[in-house]
Design a protein around this ligand. Structure first.
Ligand code: PMP
Length: 409
């Protein structure tokens, strides 16, 4: 028995009533971004209707309401990630900004020539490029953990990469291109015993599984609100409190200072020191509402439902002639990545779009891992808890029709 009634849940998402090419929308592009429940849309509107003000500065009623809403959202994020303190939660624009923040602050202050930064082959470009840039200016070296034929990281190869020169390990908890769930807790522990700091990219994990930063014991964990049923333009950098307070700020400006003279500026402790200027207040509040929504359904319930749906989809997609599934690790979340013999990925995407089915086709901002499997792109349906078996059946039927009717020689 499913842990919740998916048809009731679907009613919470107004966009799921859209039609595309005369068909009901099937949203299978959840790894790119997720849809928003009415409660999130309403919460953002409520902020602008009743609470809108800049925060912290002015001593008037609306400033107090806005500050309460914003700081309330920070507490919701803290509880969701099981962090010890709200001081460990920094609001940023998204995963990309969070990783860049760490690279440009902690990285700049701590990485030297000859140091090594370890990432995995699975990484999104957002967890490759900032480290490459840091290596280019410091003379540090980027090293990459290889994966096996199923798309899972090779732990023994990872162990060999760790050594006295390793200053940082940064890896994803779930691959956006293949859906692989990495053994994050073990990987963090291995990095730690080598004396390295560890960043976990939670962009694809927080919406599918329970993430507990205290249990993981990572130094930083980052995610984007828009992949967690919240607004775009808001994301989170979790960092251990002492580490954040030892790290120099990135941008300078208002909100992040205790005192400014022309000679000297004293910075706030975290999170303020990393939140210069007026942030995305309304969308932070919207993210808080998204976390409330997910928490009401139960992240474990969500994971269990999606797991069944992914297992079903994986089973039935194998019967499509010419299909090659890429990413067959035992532990996976949400993502099916495939190529179809005789068809460009874009053609498959267009054929599915005709049926109202939205999937991503292309390189998914993760070119190295796709090239590892000898392809430049895949078709990538990615599931969320509001998807159904009937939607999976429509996807599979469309693929069957495509391969039988339009097969090329
Ligand atoms: N890391 C992973 C694993 C992702 O899936 C994504 C988004 N596709 C990102 C980082 C970047 O997230 P954003 O574009 O929201 O900054």
């Amino acid at each position: 028995k499913p842990p919740f009634d998916v048809n009731l849940v679907r009613r919470d998402f107004p966009i799921l009533r859209e039609t595309v090419n005369g068909r009901p929308l099937v949203w299978f592009d959840n790894a790119a971004t997720t849809q928003k429940p009415q409660s999130v849309i309403d919460r953002v509107a409520y902020f602008y209707e009743h609470e809108n003000s800049n925060i912290h500065r002015a001593a008037h009623e609306l400033a107090a309401r806005a500050t309460d809403a914003y700081e309330g959202a920070r507490e919701k994020v803290r509880a969701f990630l099981h962090a010890r303190s709200v001081n460990e939660i920094v609001f940023v624009r998204g995963t990309t900004e969070a990783i860049n923040l760490v690279a440009k602050t902690w990285g700049k202050a701590n990485i030297r020539e000859g140091d090594e930064i370890v990432i995995s082959w699975l990484e999104h470009h957002a967890n490759i490029v900032p480290w490459q840039q840091l290596c280019a200016v410091t003379g540090a070296k980027l090293r990459v953990i290889p994966v096996d034929e199923d798309g899972q990281v090779l732990l023994d190869e990872y162990a060999k990469l760790l050594g006295p020169r390793t200053k940082l390990v940064s890896f994803t908890q779930v691959s956006n291109a293949l859906g692989t769930v990495t053994p994050a807790k073990q990987m963090v522990a291995m990095a730690r015993s080598a004396g390295a700091k560890v960043l976990v990219d939670g962009a694809q994990s927080v919406s599918h599984m329970r993430v507990d930063v205290t249990d993981l014991d990572c130094d930083w964990l980052v995610f984007s609100g828009h992949k967690l049923f919240g607004p775009t333009g808001i994301g989170v950098l979790y960092g251990k409190e002492t580490l954040l307070n030892e790290t120099p700020p990135w941008q300078g400006g208002g909100n992040m200072i205790k005192d400014v003279t022309f000679e000297h500026t004293q910075y706030h402790d975290a999170p303020g020191r990393f939140e210069a200027g007026t942030g995305n207040i309304a969308d932070a509040v919207g993210l808080g509402a998204a976390i409330d929504y997910v928490t009401r359904l139960g992240i474990e319930n969500i994971g269990a439902y999606e797991h069944q749906l992914l297992a079903y989809a994986t089973r039935v997609i194998k019967d499509v002639p010419g299909i090659r599934l890429i990413g067959t690790a035992k532990d996976k979340a949400s993502v099916l990545s495939f190529t179809l013999k005789g068809f460009q990925t874009e053609e498959v995407g267009a054929a599915l779009n005709k049926e109202g089915i939205a999937v991503r086709s292309g390189h998914h901002c993760a070119q190295p891992i796709l090239r590892r499997f000898g392809v430049e792109g895949t078709v990538r349906p990615s599931l969320a808890f509001y998807n159904t078996c009937a939607e999976v059946d429509l996807l599979i039927a469309t693929l069957h029709r495509l391969t039988s009717g339009q097969r090329r020689v």
